[in-house]
Design a protein around this ligand. Sequence first.
Ligand code: ADP
Ligand code: ZN
Ligand code: ZN
Length: 733
Amino acid sequence: MVAEVIVDISNSEVDRIFDYTLDGSPDDVRAGFRVLVPFGRQTVEGYVIGIKEKSEFSSLKPIIKKLDAYPVITEEMLALMNFMTKAYHLRKADVLRLFIPAQMRGGRVKELTVKYASIAEEYRDKDEMLFIRPSAKAQLDLYYHLLECGRDSVTELNKNFSAAALRNLVARGVVVLEEEEELRIPYSGINGDKAKEVTLTPAQSKVVNAVCSDGDGTFLLHGVTGSGKTEVYMRCISFVLQRGKTAVMLVPEISLTPQVLRSFRSRFGDNVALLHSGLSVGERFDEWRRLLDGRAKVAVGARSAIFAPLSNIGLIIIDEEHDSSYVSESNPRYITHEVAAFRAQFNRCKLLLGSATPSIESYYHAQKGDYKLLELPERVNKKQLPEMEIVNMCKEVYDGNNGVFSRLLVSELTECMARGEQAIIFINRRGYSSYMMCRSCGYVAKCEQCDVSLVYHKEENVLKCHYCGNRYAVLDECPQCHSSSIKRGFVGTQAIVEQLYKLFPDKKILRMDNDTTQNKNSHAAILGEFASGKASILVGTQMIAKGHDFPNVTLVGIVDADMSLHFADYRACERTFQLITQVAGRAGRDTKPGKVVLQTYSPNHYVYRFAAKNDYKGFYEKECNLREVTKYPPFSKIVRVLVSGESEELCSRTLKGIFDDITVLSRDNRGSFAYFAAMKSPVKRIQNKYRVQILMRIVSCFDKIIGNVYNIVDKHTVSKVSVFVEINPNNLS
Ligand code: ADP
Ligand code: ZN
Ligand code: ZN
């Protein structure tokens, strides 16, 4: 027999199937096993993806051994690998690496086993003086201890008793040792309380019934903030589990809060396995294995949990489906919705996308009938959505208020504090202030290597490059015109906190942003402190926008709404609308009504008008019309071919070759290209690598054209340059 093996080397030259003989192999190797194989003069790890009778090659080398006791890649995942390599132009080894915990490669993670000691059966009821000398006090101590407690771990025993005594008793058979696997459970402190019994609202029931009906297909659940989507998800998952099937639920990384975990554990207990970046290596490995061998049936996690090693999936849920984290930004690039659709189709199950602000693209599919639209238009128990008031900041400045807070926000905050309620202040940025700018000549401090603006960090009083991490001294004087009038860009979370303390010196104010959540548990700690009511105001960036349910929050202030509006991205308006709606949704979730104060320098922008009225559909219509006219997604797909390398000349030459061939392609498919151009990337250099790119917008025959683009890219890729093809990238810098 012959095994078809993909070697675990990320290199295009070996990105194919190699045959190895299984004759004489002592192991029962099958498709899906990881194996060790000879490769050239080395031995490397690889994946068996198939078994066949014969090879067309002669003198095959044998497989050395299998690496795990069980296969790690299922038949479904092999099919998924084929889909992903084709759709995203990825190497097989890179895709397979997504499917297993990274540290399994190279054997860097293992099961945790604990050794336990106990008294052997036949020595339990005997007179100990018959086999332990009365003078061997250490042995007697140990013996009595074990007799009393039944058993104890060797680690514990070695802390309190003599190791030599233990060795001696084990050697004589008085004490026996046994090994047991111990699971590493993430956030083991977060346990479900008794599951809350809630009766579904009629609207929720309707949604649950639709999702639990027979058949397959994709649903889009448009449910306003606080409409009880999580409860709907859990009911649907329960239904699926009752049928003996499994489920995957994806949430954006930052909305995977202790609250969510607690609800899921209280409903599904040990059936829940968690997969996300906050886990330790061992925890991830154990959770993954529980899913693989069926001990856990519900995978909850961020983007990469779509690769959960579950079989017999009955439902896949993508919560906050509009979130940009579902598009992977680094190699291997993939689009989570498409991977989910593939798995749903393979398992003949349903895919449920949920959001209060669906992406324009998903809503468009629902309008066209590709997805079935489900709606939860009201909050649970008909609680009102918060009232939103727009403040024109130009007028504030005109009236002589140069502070970061408008007069309205200050008075609302004052009242909110006086009522003993809580407030959230949202700011769209990290750090104390963003860039440093000369007020006289407009010079902006930039990274010498990366050509992007540096970010000022107050704690360390340095400028940092967010692309390469380089640090620079702050500017006292403009290097261009020598003026000393240096302005620090915008205010950030920390400055806001300082201002708030001036207004409310006796209130406790918390801050949550990238800088305060570097530790694994700091996220949960800050949210926990706010939830406990010990703090009155929570100031934060995007990460406070999502999913949190704080009943005592009645006021949300959006300090600098415009920030994401002026971003150079065709989705800037969509993202701003989503962000505002999500943040606003944190207010008034319980019995007390909520209020939102939105500060902007563009008070008449349609994004704000629709957001203030909670009019998602109005916004969708307007935005969708604009996209249709300008031929942006969903009316096209954007493709970027990014060429980068240390030699500017080589990059340009490679790009030119690709550009010329695509020019021919575009002539042959005239109607399909809405836009096509080559250019320097907005960030010209990152870590001393030059970047040039080609941008296209394809309106028809996408699969055919992208296939051709991949071929063209392959033809022109040479060593010393990297070429990436991205589809609808989040970020074009
Ligand atoms: P969403 O995810 O849509 O923003 P949540 O799922 O967080 O909304 O629900 C908001 C709140 O309503 C939660 O506290 C939840 O426990 C509660 N809830 C959900 N469904 C019901 C129901 N049928 N009856 C009572 N309370 C409910
Ligand atoms: Zn200057
Ligand atoms: Zn840099």
